[in-house]
Design a protein around this ligand. Sequence first.
Ligand SMILES: Nc1ncnc2c1ncn2[C@@H]1O[C@H](COP(=O)(O)OP(=O)(O)OP(=O)(O)O)[C@@H](O)[C@H]1O
Ligand SMILES: [Mg+2]
Length: 310
Amino acid sequence: MTGEPDTNARTDVAIVVSGLIKRYGAVAAVDGLDFSIEAGKLTSILGANGAGKTTTLEIMEGLRTADAGEIRILGMTPKEARSITGVQLQEGTLYEDLSCLETLRFFGRMYGCMVDGAGLLSMVGLEQKGHLRANQLSGGQKRRLQMAIALVNDPEVVILDEPTTGLDPVTRRETWNLISRLKEDGRTVVLTTHYIDEAEALSDWVIIVDRGKVVTQGTPASLVRAGGNTAHVELDVRDPAMVQRLVSLASGRQEGDRFVADTADPAGMVRTLAELVPPEIMASLRIRSRSLEDVFLETAGYQLEAQVPE
Ligand SMILES: Nc1ncnc2c1ncn2[C@@H]1O[C@H](COP(=O)(O)OP(=O)(O)OP(=O)(O)O)[C@@H](O)[C@H]1O
Ligand SMILES: [Mg+2]
């Protein structure tokens, strides 16, 4: 773990991932993962496309076996823990000919439990759609039905692989409320998402993975604070030579025609920039609080370009 030590004591561990390795031919999709997930909390696993998130979750769900290492869920193997685990797959399929209510009853029978289909549909905002077949639902409605399926067995552990991908902004926020409620009910929630604002808003703990390894983890606040910088400054300048000058004089970095810096003293940074840059070549200046997205781009995101040629 990088960054300052987190003061939040993590005591009640629900899931332990140790030395996990999964290879597909020459590709090590999961390359020695070690982390733990606290009970009753929401933990997000973030990473670029292909970082190994779905592979890890599928091992956690008992759908794939690891080449080495193991996952324990409340002391059980993933297969033993299936009855207390609820899963929303990234590429979950639905039985097109079953209605929403029949779908939930079907999955309930698989778990051997009675299902309050109407209650579950209302929870995910599909109360009007119970009699529609899956192939009559929009993409976002299918995602919500898949979340209801994840809850049919009233699971203690809920694993959600990109539950909000493809949802409109309003539905996405409604889904945030639903995910928060899962945690308020005392469930342990494991989430992946490419919406970093979503992870920042919802998570108690964030684990960033890259190429099958943990690169950093912590509470969103501790990750954002790590290194002491609290503000993010971006200055667009109409002179590339000036951007290069600023990089050496004002300790930041170049992103195209933009000078970018993270700082603990935004006022001081702005004064320095005002002294160095003639106003006529200053195009725009933005200052904002650092966010988890900045942390993501610095850790997982910077590897994206390197992955393109693969
Ligand atoms: N069944 C498979 N056969 C071969 N390679 C696979 C298989 N499943 C995954 N991989 C490879 O393993 C790596 C990790 O894939 P994974 O689906 O776990 O990534 P991810 O982090 O979930 O990505 P995304 O954000 O795009 O969903 C990728 O390089 C992928 O091509
Ligand atoms: Mg995935």
